[in-house]
Design a protein around this ligand. Structure first.
Ligand SMILES: [Zn+2]
Length: 87
């Protein structure tokens, strides 16, 4: 089981978090076109190795976090706040 260190709450088990996808595949508020949004949802990158991801601490502070993680080894390199939190 992975531990993700929330900047607000400290280290917590991954079951307290919800995966929000790759950070570079986040919704683009400017684009907005249905076809663009459909491609973003359906054509997700499937990187093996280091990737930046979005996770929400749903069972804690509800903050959205950017997690730098290796998708193969599950090693977590860095966790930071995205600026969208405490909703
Ligand atoms: Zn938290």
């Amino acid at each position: 089981m992975q531990l993700i260190s929330c900047p607000w709450c400290g280290p917590r088990v991954e079951t307290e978090f919800s995966f929000g996808g790759a950070a570079d595949n986040a919704p683009n508020e400017v684009a907005g076109a249905a076809e663009t949004e459909l491609k973003r949802i359906m054509l997700r990158p499937n990187v093996r190795g280091r990737q930046s991801e979005l996770w929400q601490h749903v069972s804690g502070c509800r903050a959205w976090l950017r997690v730098e993680r290796d998708t193969a080894s599950h090693e977590i390199f860095e966790v930071s706040l995205t600026g969208t939190h405490r909703s």
